[in-house]
Structure formats: structure tokens, C-alpha cells
Design a protein around this ligand. Sequence first.
Ligand SMILES: Nc1ncnc2c1ncn2[C@@H]1O[C@H](COP(=O)(O)OP(=O)(O)O)[C@@H](O)[C@H]1O
Ligand SMILES: [Mg+2]
Length: 303
Amino acid sequence: MSAIELEHTAGNSDRTPADAPHGVNPELSIEHVSREFTAPDGSIVHALSDVSLSIFPGELVSIIGPSGCGKTTLLRLIAGLDKPQDGTLSLAGEPIEGPNPKRGYVFQQGSLFPWLTVEENIAFGLKAQGIYRERKADVARYIDMVGLRGFEQAYPHQISGGMAQRVAIARALIDHPDVLLLDEPMGALDSFTRADLQDRLLDIWEQYHMTMILVTHDVDEAIYLGSRVVIMTPRPGRIKEIVPIALDARDRVSDEFAAYRKQLLKKLHFDAHEVHAGNSAAVAASVQEPATVSGWDTAKKED
Ligand SMILES: Nc1ncnc2c1ncn2[C@@H]1O[C@H](COP(=O)(O)OP(=O)(O)O)[C@@H](O)[C@H]1O
Ligand SMILES: [Mg+2]
């Protein structure tokens, strides 16, 4: 069972701070947020439409949904890399108005500077802020934490994809963020590397009591890591449902785990039919069939 037990009712898409567990103020409040983009053909894409979500201190929330449902848009808004047309976002009561190292961001892949070593990539932010000298010991600490000791002087092309993602995580952690935003950080990894990294993330989460928001397209990953799974649907991007996960143990082969997997796959597959019925083949193709959603049931990967 995760450290955080939250008594939320599923199926409520209008999640305002009123949903907070008794006496707990949300760390992150997303209220009625909408974000539109203009597509190259001039049409309007409703990337997010009236999204409200409260995330509590120390919570690890998974966000899952088909490609194009606005997951990255939502993370970018939380990071302060983008602004909504409507609605508000706030962290610990302060409006989010721009990027801040307190909100660390881990991208899917390829975010390392290829000309810098592992150590230099991790230390980059500290150097940019002029605080490298006093925080130098942190670099070694985080290299240890993500299991990269011995690879400090390696360049990105000399390490595996899983190791590169560990560098990206250490680089975000070095700023001691209150909230770590993870945008499909394990999406391009094989099942074994992915499982290893999931456990490392859990260790970090347990050790630092950090709030984490994990975007994933992997149902097992969402269940394994999240104390709640936020299911999103595309066009317009909305929160369809929030499923609380109350597992006795993080055991991927337990009956309990299988029951959650079945529940989530059903909900996601139902969406696939909705999309198939009403939208273009391109959109339909972006929704994965259940057999390929789980990183454990198949070797097929998105990338
Ligand atoms: N900068 C942008 N300009 C135009 N359209 C965008 C932009 N960013 C995202 N979109 C569109 O918004 C929708 C949601 O995108 P995104 O948040 O990346 O989805 P996801 O991460 O769930 O795959 C998609 O249809 C995408 O094409
Ligand atoms: Mg995305």
C-alpha cells in the first residue's frame, strides 16, 4: 500500500479543491483549465477543455490516455512552460506564472546535452544558477541515487536509454523540486529496464516524500506507481475519470493488480470505440489496443 491513501470517488471529472481529503490542502490546484491550439490548417484543437484536478502533497499520480489527449499540454502548463487560455493553476497557493526549478520536468527521451558528460548534464542547472560550488556534493549523491556511479564521465551516446533517463531524473532532482513532472519518461524503454526504473522512482518518492505526476501510456505502470490514475480522453482533452489505487502490495502478478488492470483496460478500450466511431482513422490508430497497452504483455513498444 502506498504511503498516501486518498479517499476519492471515481467518475467525477470536475475535481476542485473541495475534493481534498479532510484537512489536507492540495499542493497543486488545477481549476477549469482550457488550452486551445490552432492547427496548420487553421482549425482549432481543444488540447484541454475545462480540466480540474487537485494533487496533494507527497502524492504520486499517474495520468494515462491515448496519444493527443493533452497529457503533455497539461504537464507543460503545470511546469509553467505554457499558459492556459482559461482557468488557473497554483502550487502551494501561489499562481503558476512561469518555469521554476521547484517544478522539475523529465522529458520522454533525448533531452540530454550530447556534448556534456553524465556528471556535467546533471550539474548543468547548478552551474547555470551559479550555485555549483556549494552544491557539488549533491551531484555525486544523485548520481549514486540513480545508480550511475562509474559512469560520471560517460557521454550520452555511450550509455543505454535507461541510463540516459536516469541522468534526466537526477538532473531534475538536483534542484530539490517540490513536484516532479514526468512525461512518459519510460516510454521508450524495454520492459526490464522500465521495471527497474519504476522501482528507482518509487525509492526516490519514498525517500523524499516528493509529489510526482507521471504521464504514461502503460496501464501497468500507471497502476504500479500511482495512488490515483487519472484517465484522459481526447478531442477535447478532458479528465474522464480518476481511479484510486489501493493495493496491499506493489505486486504485478497479484489478483488485485490484475483486477485494476482489467478495470482500466476496459475504460480505455471503451474510449477507443468512441473514437473509432466518430473520428478519423489517424486518431483511431493512435489509441492502443489492450494487448499492446501493457508493457508486460507484449514486446511491442510505441517508439
Ligand atoms: N504547440 C502546439 N501547436 C498546435 N497543436 C498542438 C501544440 N501542442 C499540442 N498540440 C495539439 O494538442 C493536442 C494534445 O497534444 P499533447 O498534449 O501533446 O497530447 P499527448 O501528450 O496526450 O499526446 C494534440 O492534438 C496536439 O496535436
Ligand atoms: Mg505527450
